[in-house]
Design a protein around this ligand. Structure first.
Ligand code: ITT
Length: 185
């Protein structure tokens, strides 16, 4: 079984990646290392830079992931600032900002960056479309999951396996897994 080092401090991300990659015979090993996060509006640029910094600092082949929630009615907010906004105003704050909005559309985007030491990184992306719920629902997942409606349930009401069938992260990781599997041949 191939091992991939996933540099992240987010346990939720690591749990999902482990469950997904196991299906493809890849073991995900989490490494907690705070790599510098570029200030950019573009998740792919952030993931690309982060993967190169982490790979260089750890002298290992790594993946990193940058993800965010984008809400068109809020002009894309919180987008690349999702981690900071979650820590500050959280799900209640987002529901407050959305209280008078008719357009409840939202999407999650994930950008996975892969880098070998001394090389340029490669990115893989995935998007999950949904809506912002009217209330916080569900105990599973992490971050904005309890306010992100996918069909009639929030991501917070889905098990890891259910979320992994449709999420932005699983779509980006599946592209990565397909690519890395072909690269080894
Ligand atoms: P690392 O950078 O260490 O991987 P992080 O939590 O800081 O962890 P991001 O910079 O990618 O990760 O921040 C994205 C934030 O967006 C994250 O903290 C969550 O609040 C939210 N988020 C990302 N993916 C999510 C998902 O699948 N479900 C719910 N919220 C998510």
């Amino acid at each position: 079984m191939k091992t991939i080092h996933f540099v992240t401090s987010n346990m939720g991300k690591a749990k999902e990646a482990k469950a997904l990659c196991k299906e493809f015979d890849i073991k995900i090993q989490q490494i907690r290392y705070e790599y510098p996060e570029l200030q950019s509006d573009d998740l792919e640029t952030i993931a690309k830079y982060g993967a190169e910094c982490a790979s260089r600092a750890l002298n290992k082949t790594v993946i990193v992931e940058d993800a965010g929630l984008f809400i068109p009615a809020l002009r894309g907010f919180p987008g690349p600032y999702s981690a900071y906004v979650f820590k500050t105003i959280g799900n209640k704050g987002i529901l407050g900002l959305m209280s008078d909005k008719k357009n409840r559309e939202a999407y999650f985007k994930s950008a996975v960056g892969y880098c070998e030491p001394g090389e340029d990184s490669i990115t893989f992306t995935g998007v999950a479309n949904g809506r912002i719920a009217r209330e916080i629902r569900g105990e599973h997942g992490f971050g904005y999951d309890p306010i992100f409606l996918y069909d009639d349930r929030t991501f917070g009401e889905l098990s890891t396996e259910e979320k992994n069938k449709v999420s932005h992260r699983c779509k980006a990781l599946k592209k990565f897994v397909k690519w890395i599997s072909a690269k080894d041949i």
